[in-house]
Write a protein that binds this ligand. Structure first.
Ligand code: C2E
Ligand code: MG
Ligand code: MG
Ligand code: MG
Length: 279
């Protein structure tokens, strides 16, 4: 009986694997199609100074508008795109689109602050990355200081020596650099000191249980103190409540991103926020 069950489990497992592999191949084909058919869109989430309430910047987050499935979130496809290399083209599209948009806002006399875009480490490792980025900036008359690039702490720490080199080139261009999901990726302090970065983004997992989880509160305080010691800016992600905001203000982290202020919104909606600020 046990043997039989074991075999059945195995069959199910095998079928499941086949189905998963099949879905991945299908998804890869669809990603290619989505690029060709312009089915991706950038959503923008404002970053706010908690004292003044003013928008100081925004993070661009990819959305896939699927014609039958509706909006597909990056958690469903970014990892697969990383695996099959499609992430390079997808993030180039993000840079092209985001840089064009932010430059247009500045030309219209609006002040979007700094636009932050997420990049996979694979992009940094692509031979022509810097030259393509320079070209996009030039074509759009974009001040490099309007753009920030975010790399996750874990991706940087997978290849720290290489990251330092390429991040230095980006920094020399005048691009701002942030470490995303900070606190989750085992940075060594000696590398952190050597990385030419401007900002730490405190991962939302540490913000979630403020003000009840004392450990998380201690971790957040430590990251804020660390950023001060290293003369880096700091921003908290995933801030949803007033209590979280107040805790951060109290500990002198004034830059905040999260549903408390706004979820990520379409370019039309963020443009309206820029044109008609509530503060
Ligand atoms: P991330 O870069 O850490 O982005 C923050 C994520 O947290 C976003 O999810 C955002 O919608 C969500 N978020 C913001 N505020 C709150 C909040 O108050 N509460 C909660 N619960 N969530 C909040 P999203 O847009 O689904 O993106 C997920 C991840 O996918 C991103 O995490 C980033 O790692 C990746 N990603 C998104 N767009 C791109 C892209 O264009 N290129 C690459 N390579 N990765 C991207
Ligand atoms: Mg990010
Ligand atoms: Mg993050
Ligand atoms: Mg994340």
């Amino acid at each position: 009986k046990a043997k039989e069950e074991g075999r059945n489990t195995y069959v199910f497992y095998e079928q499941d694997l086949t189905r998963k592999a099949f879905e991945r191949v299908l998804l890869a084909t669809n990603l290619r199609q989505a690029l060709n058919e312009h089915s991706f869109e950038i959503y923008y989430q404002p970053q706010v100074n908690a004292i003044t309430g003013k928008i100081i910047g925004m993070e661009g987050l990819i959305r896939w508008k699927h014609e039958t499935k509706g909006m597909i979130y990056p958690s469903k496809f970014i990892l697969i795109a990383e695996d099959n290399g499609m992430i390079i083209e997808i993030d180039r599209w993000m840079m092209q689109e985001g840089i064009q948009q932010v430059s247009q806002w500045y030309k219209q006399g609006l002040n979007p602050g700094v636009l932050s875009l997420n990049l996979s480490i694979k992009q940094l490792q692509a031979k022509d990355f810097i030259s393509i980025l320079k070209q996009i900036l030039l074509e759009n008359e974009c001040d490099p200081g309007w753009i920030e690039l975010e790399i996750t702490e874990s991706q940087i720490m997978n290849n720290p020596e290489y990251s330092i080199e390429i991040l230095q080139q980006l920094s020399d261009l005048g691009i701002k650099l942030a470490i995303d999901d900070f606190g989750t990726g085992y940075s060594s302090l000696s590398y952190l000191k050597r990385l030419p970065i401007d900002k730490l983004k405190i991962d939302q997992s540490f913000i979630r249980d403020i003000p009840t989880d004392k450990d998380d509160m201690a971790i957040v305080e430590t990251i804020i103190t660390l950023s001060k010691s290293l003369k880096l800016e700091v921003i908290a992600e995933g801030v949803e409540t007033e209590a979280q905001k107040d805790f951060l203000i109290e500990h002198d982290c004034l830059n905040i991103q999260g549903f408390y202020y706004s979820k990520p919104v379409s370019k039309e909606e963020i443009q309206e926020m820029l044109e008609f600020p509530r503060v």
